[in-house]
Design a protein around this ligand. Structure first.
Ligand code: SF4
Length: 93
């Protein structure tokens, strides 16, 4: 995959897959955090964090780059972070 051409449209966390390993948080702490159930959630602006599908434009940190978000997804040992492009096509995993 050519990461330079990646344009992320939305992200979501599969809570059934997430084991709370926190690799995603190590890579992109401004976007990912763990909730009280030890599942990853996405930090959003003006809304509580969620594991549900979240538009990139709703992420709290608009400065984080797509390559970093993709790297966070790739760091997940269980591939629990699903990444979609702007057309809604799944680009990872
Ligand atoms: S890296 Fe994967 S398993 Fe670990 S907290 Fe993030 S989503 Fe969950």
């Amino acid at each position: 995959m050519d990461t330079e051409k990646i344009k992320i449209g939305k992200l979501m966390i599969d809570r059934n897959l997430c084991i709370g390993a926190a690799s995603c948080i190590a890579v992109a702490p401004s976007t990912f955090e763990l909730d009280p159930d030890n599942k990853a959630v996405l930090r959003r602006k003006a809304m509580p964090p969620t594991s549900d599908a979240t538009a990139r434009a709703d992420l709290e940190d608009q400065g984080v780059d797509d390559e970093m978000l993709l790297l966070a997804a790739k760091s997940c040992p269980t591939q629990a972070i699903i990444v979609y492009d702007e057309e809604g096509k799944q680009i990872y995993p």
